[in-house]
Design a protein around this ligand. Structure first.
Ligand SMILES: Cc1cc2nc3c(=O)[nH]c(=O)nc-3n(C[C@H](O)[C@H](O)[C@H](O)COP(=O)(O)O)c2cc1C
Length: 185
């Protein structure tokens, strides 16, 4: 797909099934992350790729997070937390991994990691792979962060759900783009 078409038309796909992207298609998505604007080319990110048992393990972490916050869960609550990561056959956990640098503050490194995720969802769309960037409370939960092995300075920027689209999402509504751009002064 033409790059501008993907940039102009990308939409998120919330309903995703197997198979997950693989081979060159997955490699293209991963490679796109590395063309995010990145002050100092620090590559201040890392990514965990979860499939199968990995998704079940993430669900268990979500259960532990809920239990730590709210105490014992009902069967229904437990099932709900366990099912969260199963909304796609692959979840990529995007982690900002800021490094100490006098010229590049931490916030810029976190922004770059977000830009890397944006590149990945656009590369997915360009190849007809469904993707949606999610966070929710779990992205900021200490139990989840520790369970995934994050270091003290690291942050989860998103859970990137990837898979085969159950249906093509409708186009995004047109935005009044010009209203967001003003000449200055
Ligand atoms: C940092 C970030 C976190 C998000 N977290 C969620 C989320 O937890 N759940 C959700 O349904 N959408 C979430 N979204 C929004 C979707 O990824 C998506 O952009 C939104 O549904 C609009 O759809 P579109 O991308 O097709 O315009 C998040 C987006 C960003 C940038």
């Amino acid at each position: 797909m033409d790059a501008l078409k993907a940039l102009h038309e990308r939409v998120s796909a919330p309903r995703l099934s197997a198979p997950p992207p693989s081979g060159d298609v997955l490699a293209n998505i991963q490679k796109a992350a590395f063309r995010a604007a990145d002050h100092g080319r620090m590559r201040p990110w890392r990514f965990l790729v979860l499939e199968g048992e990995g998704l079940n393990a993430l669900g268990e972490l979500f259960v532990r997070a809920e239990e730590t916050k709210n105490g014992a869960l009902s069967d229904k609550e437990r099932e709900r937390a366990l099912a969260r990561p199963l909304r796609a056959p692959m979840v990529v956990v995007a982690i900002a991994s800021p490094k100490s640098n006098q010229k590049v503050p931490e916030i810029e490194q976190v922004i770059s990691t977000g830009a890397a995720v944006q590149n990945m969802i656009t590369a997915a769309y360009a190849q007809n792979v469904g993707a949606i960037w999610r966070t929710g409370d779990y992205a900021y939960d200490k139990v989840v962060m520790a369970g995934l092995g994050l270091q003290e300075a690291e942050k989860i920027v998103g859970f990137l759900y990837l898979g085969t689209m159950d249906f093509m999402p409708p186009p995004a509504p047109e935005a009044a783009v010009s209203e967001y751009f003003q000449s200055w002064p």
